[in-house]
Design a protein around this ligand. Sequence first.
Ligand code: AMP
Ligand code: MN
Ligand code: MN
Length: 341
Amino acid sequence: MLESPPEPVLAGPTEREWSAAVAAVLAQPRDAALLLICHVNPDGDALGSMLGFGQGLCRLGFTRVVCTFPGPPEVPEPFAALPGLELLVPEAQAPAEPALVLCFDAASESRLGGLRDRLDRSPSIVLDHHASNTRFGGVHLVDPTAAATSVVAEHLLARLGVPLDRDIAECLYVALATDTGSFKFDMTTPAVHELAARLLATGLAPAEIARRVFDTRPFGAVRLYGEALGRAQLDPTAAGGLGLVWTYATQADLARHGQRPYVLEGLIDAIRPAAEADVSCVIKQTGPAEWAVSLRSKGGVDVSRVAVALGGGGHRLAAGFTGRGTADEVAAAVRAQLATP
Ligand code: AMP
Ligand code: MN
Ligand code: MN
Protein backbone atom coordinates (compact mmCIF):
# COMPACT_ATOMS: atom_id res chain seq x y z
CA MET A 1 0.00 0.00 0.00
CA LEU A 2 1.21 3.53 -0.71
CA GLU A 3 1.94 5.72 2.27
CA SER A 4 -0.22 8.80 2.61
CA PRO A 5 1.60 11.87 1.26
CA PRO A 6 3.36 14.07 3.82
CA GLU A 7 1.87 17.43 4.74
CA PRO A 8 3.29 20.01 2.33
CA VAL A 9 5.98 22.29 3.76
CA LEU A 10 4.32 25.71 3.70
CA ALA A 11 7.14 28.12 4.47
CA GLY A 12 10.87 28.32 3.79
CA PRO A 13 13.59 27.61 6.36
CA THR A 14 13.34 29.37 9.72
CA GLU A 15 16.10 31.59 11.08
CA ARG A 16 16.88 28.78 13.49
CA GLU A 17 17.33 26.31 10.63
CA TRP A 18 19.64 28.65 8.71
CA SER A 19 21.72 29.20 11.87
CA ALA A 20 21.85 25.48 12.58
CA ALA A 21 23.09 24.83 9.04
CA VAL A 22 25.79 27.52 9.26
CA ALA A 23 26.91 26.20 12.66
CA ALA A 24 26.98 22.59 11.41
CA VAL A 25 29.33 23.56 8.55
CA LEU A 26 31.60 25.92 10.48
CA ALA A 27 31.96 23.49 13.40
CA GLN A 28 33.86 21.09 11.14
CA PRO A 29 37.66 21.08 11.14
CA ARG A 30 38.94 22.05 7.69
CA ASP A 31 40.19 18.50 7.07
CA ALA A 32 36.85 16.87 7.93
CA ALA A 33 35.30 14.62 5.25
CA LEU A 34 32.30 16.51 3.82
CA LEU A 35 30.05 14.50 1.53
CA LEU A 36 27.68 16.20 -0.90
CA ILE A 37 24.99 14.07 -2.52
CA CYS A 38 22.09 14.68 -4.88
CA HIS A 39 19.22 12.73 -6.40
CA VAL A 40 19.50 9.77 -8.78
CA ASN A 41 19.60 10.64 -12.51
CA PRO A 42 20.81 14.10 -11.58
CA ASP A 43 19.45 17.06 -13.53
CA GLY A 44 20.89 20.55 -13.85
CA ASP A 45 19.63 21.66 -10.45
CA ALA A 46 20.87 18.57 -8.60
CA LEU A 47 24.35 18.71 -10.17
CA GLY A 48 24.60 22.49 -10.34
CA SER A 49 23.60 23.19 -6.75
CA MET A 50 25.79 20.35 -5.43
CA LEU A 51 28.90 21.26 -7.44
CA GLY A 52 28.44 24.99 -6.86
CA PHE A 53 28.13 24.46 -3.13
CA GLY A 54 31.04 21.99 -3.11
CA GLN A 55 33.30 24.61 -4.67
CA GLY A 56 32.07 27.11 -2.08
CA LEU A 57 33.18 24.74 0.70
CA CYS A 58 36.61 24.51 -0.97
CA ARG A 59 36.82 28.33 -0.96
CA LEU A 60 36.24 28.18 2.82
CA GLY A 61 39.37 26.03 3.08
CA PHE A 62 37.80 22.59 3.42
CA THR A 63 40.22 20.07 1.96
CA ARG A 64 38.12 16.89 1.80
CA VAL A 65 35.01 17.85 -0.15
CA VAL A 66 33.52 14.96 -2.11
CA CYS A 67 30.43 15.03 -4.34
CA THR A 68 28.53 11.98 -5.59
CA PHE A 69 25.13 10.69 -6.70
CA PRO A 70 23.56 7.22 -6.72
CA GLY A 71 23.75 4.98 -9.76
CA PRO A 72 26.11 4.88 -12.74
CA PRO A 73 28.71 7.66 -12.38
CA GLU A 74 27.91 9.19 -15.76
CA VAL A 75 27.37 12.91 -16.08
CA PRO A 76 24.89 13.73 -18.87
CA GLU A 77 26.62 15.46 -21.81
CA PRO A 78 24.85 18.82 -21.26
CA PHE A 79 26.53 19.05 -17.82
CA ALA A 80 29.90 17.54 -18.76
CA ALA A 81 31.64 20.93 -18.75
CA LEU A 82 30.35 22.17 -15.38
CA PRO A 83 33.05 23.62 -13.14
CA GLY A 84 33.69 21.55 -10.02
CA LEU A 85 33.34 18.14 -11.68
CA GLU A 86 36.77 17.27 -10.24
CA LEU A 87 35.01 16.97 -6.86
CA LEU A 88 32.76 14.19 -8.19
CA VAL A 89 33.50 10.52 -7.37
CA PRO A 90 31.54 7.33 -8.13
CA GLU A 91 29.09 6.33 -5.40
CA ALA A 92 31.33 3.40 -4.35
CA GLN A 93 34.18 5.79 -3.52
CA ALA A 94 32.15 8.10 -1.28
CA PRO A 95 33.29 8.12 2.37
CA ALA A 96 31.25 5.66 4.44
CA GLU A 97 31.00 7.86 7.54
CA PRO A 98 31.55 11.49 6.59
CA ALA A 99 31.66 14.18 9.28
CA LEU A 100 28.76 15.95 7.55
CA VAL A 101 26.42 15.12 4.66
CA LEU A 102 24.80 17.81 2.51
CA CYS A 103 21.94 16.63 0.32
CA PHE A 104 20.72 18.56 -2.75
CA ASP A 105 17.41 18.60 -4.64
CA ALA A 106 16.07 15.27 -3.32
CA ALA A 107 12.45 15.34 -2.16
CA SER A 108 12.72 12.01 -0.37
CA GLU A 109 15.29 9.41 0.70
CA SER A 110 14.02 7.10 -2.02
CA ARG A 111 15.78 9.39 -4.53
CA LEU A 112 19.17 8.67 -2.91
CA GLY A 113 19.55 4.96 -3.77
CA GLY A 114 22.44 3.34 -1.90
CA LEU A 115 23.55 6.67 -0.41
CA ARG A 116 20.60 6.98 1.97
CA ASP A 117 22.50 5.07 4.68
CA ARG A 118 24.90 8.03 5.02
CA LEU A 119 22.03 10.02 6.48
CA ASP A 120 21.63 7.45 9.27
CA ARG A 121 25.33 7.49 10.10
CA SER A 122 26.28 11.17 9.88
CA PRO A 123 24.81 14.59 10.71
CA SER A 124 23.18 16.11 7.66
CA ILE A 125 21.80 19.25 6.04
CA VAL A 126 19.07 18.83 3.41
CA LEU A 127 18.80 21.61 0.82
CA ASP A 128 15.68 21.32 -1.32
CA HIS A 129 12.68 23.12 -2.83
CA HIS A 130 10.05 20.40 -3.26
CA ALA A 131 6.76 20.99 -1.44
CA SER A 132 6.54 17.19 -1.25
CA ASN A 133 9.85 16.99 0.71
CA THR A 134 9.44 14.34 3.39
CA ARG A 135 11.69 16.19 5.86
CA PHE A 136 14.22 13.39 6.10
CA GLY A 137 17.74 14.07 7.43
CA GLY A 138 19.01 16.47 10.11
CA VAL A 139 18.80 20.20 9.41
CA HIS A 140 16.09 21.08 6.86
CA LEU A 141 16.67 23.93 4.44
CA VAL A 142 13.56 23.28 2.37
CA ASP A 143 11.99 26.24 0.57
CA PRO A 144 9.04 25.33 -1.66
CA THR A 145 8.87 28.93 -2.85
CA ALA A 146 12.39 28.67 -4.31
CA ALA A 147 12.59 28.14 -8.08
CA ALA A 148 15.56 25.79 -7.67
CA THR A 149 17.63 24.17 -4.95
CA SER A 150 20.44 26.44 -6.14
CA VAL A 151 18.50 29.40 -4.69
CA VAL A 152 18.73 27.75 -1.27
CA ALA A 153 22.38 26.81 -1.88
CA GLU A 154 23.29 30.39 -2.82
CA HIS A 155 21.61 31.68 0.33
CA LEU A 156 23.57 29.30 2.54
CA LEU A 157 26.83 30.19 0.75
CA ALA A 158 26.11 33.87 1.43
CA ARG A 159 25.48 33.14 5.11
CA LEU A 160 28.77 31.23 5.21
CA GLY A 161 30.53 34.29 3.79
CA VAL A 162 31.53 32.67 0.48
CA PRO A 163 31.69 35.27 -2.32
CA LEU A 164 30.32 34.16 -5.70
CA ASP A 165 33.03 33.55 -8.25
CA ARG A 166 32.56 32.63 -11.89
CA ASP A 167 32.85 28.85 -11.39
CA ILE A 168 30.41 28.70 -8.49
CA ALA A 169 28.09 31.06 -10.36
CA GLU A 170 28.08 28.93 -13.51
CA CYS A 171 26.91 25.89 -11.54
CA LEU A 172 24.20 27.83 -9.73
CA TYR A 173 23.10 29.50 -12.99
CA VAL A 174 22.76 26.18 -14.84
CA ALA A 175 20.68 24.90 -11.91
CA LEU A 176 18.45 27.99 -11.98
CA ALA A 177 18.08 28.04 -15.77
CA THR A 178 17.18 24.34 -16.01
CA ASP A 179 14.64 24.30 -13.17
CA THR A 180 12.87 27.45 -14.41
CA GLY A 181 12.74 26.16 -18.01
CA SER A 182 15.04 29.01 -19.07
CA PHE A 183 13.23 31.52 -16.85
CA LYS A 184 9.80 30.65 -18.28
CA PHE A 185 8.03 28.77 -15.47
CA ASP A 186 5.77 30.29 -12.84
CA MET A 187 8.41 30.39 -10.09
CA THR A 188 10.37 32.92 -12.18
CA THR A 189 10.02 35.81 -9.73
CA PRO A 190 11.86 39.13 -9.66
CA ALA A 191 14.14 37.54 -7.04
CA VAL A 192 15.04 34.80 -9.54
CA HIS A 193 16.09 37.40 -12.12
CA GLU A 194 17.98 39.34 -9.45
CA LEU A 195 19.92 36.19 -8.55
CA ALA A 196 20.50 35.46 -12.25
CA ALA A 197 21.84 39.01 -12.65
CA ARG A 198 24.29 38.56 -9.78
CA LEU A 199 25.43 35.23 -11.21
CA LEU A 200 25.87 36.65 -14.73
CA ALA A 201 27.82 39.60 -13.30
CA THR A 202 30.66 37.21 -12.39
CA GLY A 203 31.40 36.99 -16.13
CA LEU A 204 29.26 34.07 -17.32
CA ALA A 205 28.56 33.55 -21.03
CA PRO A 206 24.80 32.76 -21.00
CA ALA A 207 24.49 32.09 -24.74
CA GLU A 208 27.30 29.56 -24.66
CA ILE A 209 25.89 27.91 -21.52
CA ALA A 210 22.40 27.70 -23.07
CA ARG A 211 23.80 26.19 -26.27
CA ARG A 212 25.65 23.54 -24.29
CA VAL A 213 22.85 22.76 -21.81
CA PHE A 214 19.68 23.12 -23.90
CA ASP A 215 20.44 23.34 -27.59
CA THR A 216 22.93 20.60 -28.37
CA ARG A 217 22.09 16.98 -28.93
CA PRO A 218 23.35 14.21 -31.21
CA PHE A 219 21.67 13.74 -34.59
CA GLY A 220 20.54 10.28 -33.44
CA ALA A 221 18.58 11.96 -30.68
CA VAL A 222 16.89 14.26 -33.22
CA ARG A 223 15.73 11.18 -35.17
CA LEU A 224 14.63 9.45 -31.96
CA TYR A 225 12.56 12.50 -31.02
CA GLY A 226 10.92 12.27 -34.43
CA GLU A 227 9.78 8.73 -33.70
CA ALA A 228 8.61 9.45 -30.18
CA LEU A 229 6.74 12.59 -31.32
CA GLY A 230 5.23 10.66 -34.22
CA ARG A 231 3.47 8.28 -31.86
CA ALA A 232 2.34 10.90 -29.32
CA GLN A 233 -1.31 10.45 -28.34
CA LEU A 234 -3.85 13.08 -27.43
CA ASP A 235 -6.67 12.29 -25.01
CA PRO A 236 -8.84 15.41 -24.85
CA THR A 237 -11.22 13.81 -22.34
CA ALA A 238 -8.53 13.12 -19.70
CA ALA A 239 -8.33 15.19 -16.50
CA GLY A 240 -12.01 16.10 -16.63
CA GLY A 241 -11.69 17.47 -20.18
CA LEU A 242 -8.46 19.44 -19.63
CA GLY A 243 -6.68 16.92 -21.84
CA LEU A 244 -3.58 14.73 -21.80
CA VAL A 245 -0.84 14.37 -24.40
CA TRP A 246 1.62 11.54 -23.91
CA THR A 247 4.26 9.43 -25.55
CA TYR A 248 6.91 6.90 -24.63
CA ALA A 249 10.43 5.82 -25.52
CA THR A 250 11.86 2.35 -24.94
CA GLN A 251 15.39 1.15 -24.28
CA ALA A 252 15.25 -0.46 -27.73
CA ASP A 253 14.54 2.98 -29.22
CA LEU A 254 17.61 4.36 -27.46
CA ALA A 255 19.74 1.42 -28.63
CA ARG A 256 18.52 1.67 -32.23
CA HIS A 257 19.58 5.32 -32.37
CA GLY A 258 22.73 4.78 -30.31
CA GLN A 259 21.58 7.19 -27.60
CA ARG A 260 21.96 7.43 -23.82
CA PRO A 261 18.90 7.93 -21.62
CA TYR A 262 19.68 11.57 -20.78
CA VAL A 263 18.76 12.64 -24.33
CA LEU A 264 15.11 11.97 -23.45
CA GLU A 265 15.06 14.63 -20.71
CA GLY A 266 13.88 17.27 -23.18
CA LEU A 267 11.19 15.12 -24.81
CA ILE A 268 8.53 16.38 -22.42
CA ASP A 269 9.23 19.94 -23.64
CA ALA A 270 8.68 18.78 -27.22
CA ILE A 271 5.18 17.36 -26.58
CA ARG A 272 4.08 19.96 -24.01
CA PRO A 273 3.16 22.64 -26.60
CA ALA A 274 0.05 20.64 -27.70
CA ALA A 275 -2.63 23.25 -27.03
CA GLU A 276 -5.39 20.66 -26.60
CA ALA A 277 -3.83 19.22 -23.44
CA ASP A 278 -3.20 20.76 -20.04
CA VAL A 279 -1.20 17.74 -18.91
CA SER A 280 1.72 16.14 -20.71
CA CYS A 281 3.41 12.86 -19.88
CA VAL A 282 6.52 11.10 -21.16
CA ILE A 283 7.12 7.46 -20.23
CA LYS A 284 10.80 6.49 -20.53
CA GLN A 285 11.83 2.87 -20.16
CA THR A 286 14.52 2.20 -17.54
CA GLY A 287 14.14 -1.60 -17.17
CA PRO A 288 12.15 -4.59 -18.51
CA ALA A 289 8.93 -3.36 -16.86
CA GLU A 290 10.14 -0.10 -15.32
CA TRP A 291 9.70 3.45 -16.57
CA ALA A 292 10.77 6.94 -15.49
CA VAL A 293 7.67 9.05 -15.91
CA SER A 294 7.69 12.83 -16.39
CA LEU A 295 4.53 14.87 -15.87
CA ARG A 296 3.89 18.54 -16.64
CA SER A 297 0.84 20.75 -16.20
CA LYS A 298 -0.03 24.13 -17.68
CA GLY A 299 -1.84 25.06 -14.47
CA GLY A 300 -5.17 23.23 -14.53
CA VAL A 301 -3.93 20.14 -12.71
CA ASP A 302 -1.60 19.59 -9.74
CA VAL A 303 0.60 16.86 -11.23
CA SER A 304 2.57 16.43 -7.99
CA ARG A 305 -0.66 14.99 -6.54
CA VAL A 306 -0.76 12.46 -9.39
CA ALA A 307 2.95 11.64 -8.98
CA VAL A 308 2.75 11.27 -5.20
CA ALA A 309 -0.30 9.00 -5.53
CA LEU A 310 1.77 6.80 -7.87
CA GLY A 311 4.77 6.68 -5.52
CA GLY A 312 6.78 9.68 -6.82
CA GLY A 313 6.93 13.39 -6.11
CA GLY A 314 7.71 16.81 -7.51
CA HIS A 315 6.07 20.19 -7.91
CA ARG A 316 2.55 21.32 -8.84
CA LEU A 317 3.46 21.87 -12.50
CA ALA A 318 6.35 19.37 -12.88
CA ALA A 319 6.49 15.98 -11.24
CA GLY A 320 7.48 12.37 -11.83
CA PHE A 321 7.34 8.81 -10.60
CA THR A 322 8.61 5.31 -11.36
CA GLY A 323 6.03 3.38 -13.42
CA ARG A 324 5.66 -0.41 -13.62
CA GLY A 325 4.24 -2.67 -16.33
CA THR A 326 3.89 -1.71 -19.97
CA ALA A 327 3.87 1.88 -21.25
CA ASP A 328 0.13 1.56 -21.91
CA GLU A 329 -0.44 0.40 -18.33
CA VAL A 330 1.56 3.32 -16.97
CA ALA A 331 -0.43 5.75 -19.15
CA ALA A 332 -3.65 4.13 -17.90
CA ALA A 333 -2.53 4.62 -14.29
CA VAL A 334 -1.87 8.31 -15.00
CA ARG A 335 -5.27 8.70 -16.69
CA ALA A 336 -6.96 7.02 -13.71
CA GLN A 337 -5.28 9.42 -11.28
CA LEU A 338 -6.16 12.40 -13.48
CA ALA A 339 -9.79 11.27 -13.36
CA THR A 340 -9.71 11.35 -9.54
CA PRO A 341 -10.75 14.78 -8.33
P1 AMP B 1 11.53 15.28 -14.46
O1 AMP B 1 10.27 15.03 -15.20
O2 AMP B 1 12.41 14.08 -14.37
O3 AMP B 1 12.22 16.51 -14.94
O4 AMP B 1 11.10 15.57 -12.95
C1 AMP B 1 10.22 16.61 -12.65
C2 AMP B 1 10.09 16.75 -11.16
O5 AMP B 1 9.53 15.57 -10.60
C3 AMP B 1 11.40 16.96 -10.44
O6 AMP B 1 11.20 18.02 -9.52
C4 AMP B 1 11.70 15.69 -9.72
O7 AMP B 1 12.25 15.93 -8.48
C5 AMP B 1 10.35 15.02 -9.58
N1 AMP B 1 10.48 13.59 -9.81
C6 AMP B 1 10.75 12.99 -11.00
N2 AMP B 1 10.80 11.65 -10.87
C7 AMP B 1 10.56 11.38 -9.57
C8 AMP B 1 10.48 10.16 -8.79
N3 AMP B 1 10.67 8.96 -9.32
N4 AMP B 1 10.22 10.29 -7.46
C9 AMP B 1 10.05 11.50 -6.91
N5 AMP B 1 10.09 12.67 -7.59
C10 AMP B 1 10.35 12.62 -8.89
MN1 MN C 1 16.01 17.77 -9.72
MN1 MN D 1 15.15 21.23 -8.41
